[in-house]
Ligand binder design. Structure first.
Ligand SMILES: N[C@@H](CCC(=O)N[C@@H](CS)C(=O)NCC(=O)O)C(=O)O
Length: 259
């Protein structure tokens, strides 16, 4: 019998959520190994990676969420494919996925950390979920260093958070405009990697109840952040991502549409 793949993550990371969703949806057995930043590097560096997620299968190691989705797609049954067969639609799907990966995910992380990073209690919950006990015990020592790394690598400051929120709204507007012709999914007639990437990478701005990691309760977050979440939730694109979470995150696939 094949042993399950290993998925190395931060539980709260939306890039990890993107891969968990794809794994759950396609039904591939895996075991998630969550780590505290920056201790994940003890696992990812020897595997040839740096960031999380990293997927380790019996045959291969994948160090990027896009690579992982493409790998899963090669093994998924036809009704669970994440990329369309048509070359034109596939190119469109990959272009949107790349845009969400390189822009939306970066922006929602930058904006979200601006509000959460100074709240040690919230950060402890976010970063310690599912990690081994010895890593949890190291949280008080690692936190100041990890916070410094996040500030400097992700440019987390007031001005950048304001700009990030504006750019998130622009991406939501683009997605809303795309949906304005009444289509059910972003590309073609089926759920695809573009939908999955949009919903998971916008999740810090929407806090969907079905999210695979545990976000803080809204009443633990600053009012200004909660107001901005409400605004995003009420947009066409926000509504869309929340619907995808409700309909698809836990197994209710679109098989009848895609077969
Ligand atoms: N290109 C990567 C980006 C993933 C990413 O940015 N992961 C962040 C967590 S949200 C990370 O691991 N940061 C810590 C690091 O780079 O060591 C992917 O899509 O897999």
């Amino acid at each position: 019998m094949k042993s399950p793949s290993r998925l190395i993550t931060f539980r709260i990371s939306h890039y990890c959520e993107k891969v968990r969703w794809a794994l759950d949806r396609t039904g591939f057995p895996y075991v998630e190994e969550c780590h505290l930043p920056p201790l994940h590097r003890l696992k990812t560096t020897p595997l040839g990676g740096s960031s999380v997620p990293v997927l380790v299968t019996e045959a291969q190691i994948f160090t990027d969420s896009g690579e992982i989705l493409r790998h899963l797609d090669t093994m998924a049954p036809p009704h669970l494919k994440l990329y369309p067969d048509s070359p034109v639609l596939r190119q469109e799907t990959e272009a949107l996925e790349a845009q969400f990966n390189h822009q939306l995910g970066v922006l929602t992380r930058q904006w979200g950390y601006f509000y959460a990073l100074e709240n040690r209690g919230v950060m402890k919950k976010l970063w310690c979920e599912g990690v081994p006990t010895w890593e949890k015990l190291l949280f008080p020592v690692m936190f100041p260093f990890a916070r410094y790394l996040v500030h400097s690598s992700y440019n987390v400051y007031y001005e950048s958070a304001v700009a990030a929120y504006h750019r998130i709204q622009c991406i939501f507007k683009m997605v809303g405009d795309r949906l304005s012709d009444g289509r059910k999914y972003l590309v073609g007639d089926c759920f695809s990697a573009a939908d999955l990437a949009f919903a998971s990478l916008s999740a810090p701005g929407l806090v969907p109840p079905e999210y695979g990691g545990r976000f803080p309760e809204l009443n633990q977050l600053p009012n200004e952040m909660v107001e901005q979440i409400q605004i995003l939730r009420e947009t066409v694109a926000g509504n869309y991502a929340l619907r995808l979470y409700q309909e698809d995150r836990y197994g209710k696939c679109t098989a009848e549409v895609c077969q």
